[in-house]
Design a protein around this ligand. Structure first.
Ligand code: C2E
Ligand code: CA
Ligand code: CA
Ligand code: CA
Length: 276
């Protein structure tokens, strides 16, 4: 901005203005994305570290907007959270993920990301029940993924909602572990099915960063003794795979095995395999 000289100047920032305007337009488009059927789910395989077979898929939402093109979830999910559009979008994600999972063999689970905004919505557990009953998916085949941040805002509501979900028989995974506020207190209070080790540690470990190695080793040891599973996220290379297997991670997810894929491709992985 020019004119820096003295006094109070509220300078006009063209770039800031552009991003606020862009955001307003994105929000406008996102409001109708659901009814215009612009959202789709992709599915990324999660592989058992020992047996090297697919054990689940993580559902990842994609938005192809006619006006804005492909918008990454890193951009529109925060916007959906700010505007609470994440509640109806998240409901659709749950329904669709359960519906797709019914097309896979019955030992394959589906993981669904859930934001704090959704979890604090009083209708959240009802929407899980609805998604399960509408699709016929057994509860143990659904795993909800949450991040540590949900325990910071409203710990007791988040916990009691997750306990209701667990009581249904669903799993709850702790996502991006190690990047958030990392109070270990909630590990004592909540029986997570899986701890997902954030990819920043995985990628550090492969280049022999001693802190990353120590952290993964400690997380795996802790998860093992708490009888929680571990998933290494963001495994891209053979070296990274080798490392996280040696460190004892139970499940592997990342581009090394597969990028997120369309529902049809996930289904075709099991072509020829009986559904039960
Ligand atoms: P996340 O839950 O941590 O999901 C994993 C992200 O890492 C995905 O990005 C995935 O494509 C990416 N990824 C997987 N393997 C690798 C790898 O080997 N290397 C690298 N560099 N990246 C890898 P994506 O699909 O762009 O999603 C970003 C975030 O958006 C997700 O992070 C999640 O927080 C959020 N998100 C996506 N779908 C949903 C949804 O349906 N609901 C909610 N609430 N959030 C979602
Ligand atoms: Ca996730
Ligand atoms: Ca993650
Ligand atoms: Ca993440």
């Amino acid at each position: 901005s020019k004119d820096e000289g003295g006094g109070k100047h509220y300078t006009f920032e063209p770039s800031l203005h552009a991003s606020a305007e862009e955001r307003r337009q994105l929000e406008f488009a996102l409001r109708s994305a659901l009814e215009r059927e612009e959202l789709v789910l992709n599915f990324q395989p999660v592989v058992d570290a020992q047996r090297e077979c697919v054990v689940s898929f993580e559902a990842l939402v994609r938005w192809n907007s006619p006006e804005h093109g492909f918008v990454s979830p890193g951009k529109f999910i925060p916007l959906a959270e700010d505007t609470r559009l994440i509640v109806p979008i998240g409901e659709w994600v749950l329904q669709e993920a359960c519906r797709q999972a019914m097309k896979w063999p019955d030992d394959i689970r589906v993981a669904v990301n859930v934001s704090g905004e959704q979890l604090l919505d009083p209708n959240f557990s009802a929407s899980v029940v609805n998604a399960l009953s509408a699709s016929g998916l057994p509860p143990h085949r659904l795993e909800i993924e949450v991040t540590e941040s949900i325990f910071v805002r409203d710990d007791s509501t988040a916990r009691s909602t997750l306990e209701q979900i667990m009581a249904l028989g669903c799993g709850v995974a702790l996502d991006d572990f190690g990047t958030g506020y990392s109070s270990l207190g909630y590990l004592r209070k909540m029986r997570f099915s899986t701890i997902k080790v954030d990819r920043s540690f995985v990628q550090g470990a492969a280049v022999n960063n001693p802190e990353s190695l120590a952290i993964i080793r400690a997380v795996v040891a802790m998860a093992d003794s708490l009888e929680m599973s571990t998933t290494a996220e963001g495994v891209e290379t053979e070296d990274e795979l080798q490392m996280v297997r040696e460190l004892g991670c139970k499940k592997i997810q990342g581009f090394y095995y597969s990028r997120p894929m369309p529902a049809k491709d996930a289904e075709e992985l099991f072509a020829g395999r009986p559904l039960d």
